[in-house]
Design a protein around this ligand. Structure first.
Ligand code: F6P
Length: 365
């Protein structure tokens, strides 16, 4: 992470790319410290910028988590932290970054690019870099990839990791369903997604859940308990032996009061007399081997990111790689970030229709 997060990145150098086509650099997670000349070649404590080659990443698509690690770094929020990152990049001959993260990492990366000339001048003035380095590293190229299980970025149909998390959730709900059916119980299953209900919505469809709560379609404050109970009673009357309610961790009512799994459990127990359990799936959703779709998506988008790095010019706005209607896309990174932040604001303003429309312009009720 260079100086480091929220910039979680895998920099690709167009200048220092290897004589033997051995690959690019990977920045490992760090603590905002300045690297000494040459230190990046060491793997000391696993925290510095290291060069990786094909041998290091072979078979990588099948492994969960990250090779480079990730962290949130307060230093990168300050201009001095970003200047340290700039110096680390120049010292490693890196003039382009492929940044994989959510809107925070992408915004941080874009800011680093905006400030780049200022950083170069300051570093030159301080004597940290030579005039030749300043001339050579006049520009920094940034390309974004969106890695998030939440699928919460506007302007792309899918983010890397979301389908794997969905698969984990479906597996878990299938397993829970066995006990639910045998004991004729109700289960309230909480899934991740932060402020986005995509995981909860898709998991509900895929597992045939009886009811769900998502942030984008909040029930009215007064009547959600009655409407839920009437749907669930009908399902029981139709002969179902189990009840599954999926709740997104960001779910709330239309007054933005959180709807919690325990609250739902109490309603099911007290009003419907159902033997109810709560299961919070937690971080099991965020690990394990990626499903085929995520491997393919990450590979295609990674290739597109390298193309974008190589074809970018100082006047091109930094792109973010997405996917739309099954085609890999590029769009201005900050447009996607701004739209994503607008969605959050629309939800805060209780304008849920607008939030849905912004996230997916094709959306129809
Ligand atoms: O953004 C990914 C995510 O897994 C969210 O779904 C969840 O709210 C959050 O991260 C959990 O973060 P942490 O691991 O820091 O608790």
């Amino acid at each position: 992470n260079l100086s480091s997060p929220p910039l979680a990145g895998a920099p690709v150098s167009t200048k220092a790319v290897p004589e033997k086509r051995r690959g690019g650099f990977v920045a490992t997670y760090g603590e905002g410290e300045l690297l000494k000349e040459g230190e990046g070649e060491q793997t000391l404590k696993g925290r510095y910028i290291i060069r990786v080659g094909w041998d290091d990443v072979r078979g990588f698509a099948a492994i969960g988590g990250t090779l480079i690690g990730t962290a949130r770094c307060a230093a990168f929020r300050e201009i001095e932290g970003r200047r340290t990152a700039a110096l680390n990049l120049v010292r490693h001959g890196i003039d382009a970054l492929v940044v994989c993260g959510g809107d925070g990492s992408l915004t941080g990366a874009d800011r680093l690019r905006d400030e780049w000339p200022e950083h170069m001048n300051a570093l030159l003035e301080r004597g940290d870099i030579s005039q030749e380095q300043c001339d050579t590293y006049k520009n920094l190229n940034i390309v974004g990839l969106v890695g998030s299980i939440d699928n919460d970025m506007a302007g792309t149909d899918m983010t890397i990791g979301a389908t794997t998390a969905l698969h984990r959730i479906c597996d878990a709900v299938d397993s829970i369903s066995s006990t639910a059916s045998s004991h004729s119980r109700a289960f309230v299953v909480e899934v991740m997604g932060r402020h986005c209900g995509w995981l909860a919505l898709m998991a509900s469809i895929a597992t045939g859940a009886d009811y769900m709560f998502i942030p984008e379609r909040p029930p009215t404050a007064e009547d959600w308990q009655s409407s839920m109970c009437s749907v669930l009673s009908r399902h029981r009357d139709e002969g179902k032996r189990k009840t599954i309610v999926i709740v997104a961790e960001g779910a709330h009512d239309c007054n933005l009061n959180p709807i919690t799994p325990d609250e739902i459990k109490d309603v099911l127990t007290n009003r419907l007399g159902l033997d109810t359990r709560v299961t919070t799936l937690g971080h099991t959703q965020r690990g394990g081997n990626p499903v085929a779709y995520d491997r393919i998506l990450a590979t295609l988008q990674g290739a597109e990111a390298v193309e974008a790095v190589l074809s970018s010019t100082p006047s091109t706005p930094s792109p973010v790689i997405g996917i739309s209607e099954n085609k890999i896309t590029r769009q201005p990174l900050m447009e996607a970030v701004a739209k994503t932040q607008e969605v959050a604001k629309a939800i805060e303003a209780k304008d849920f229709e607008r939030a849905l429309g912004l996230r997916d312009p094709e959306f129809e009720d």
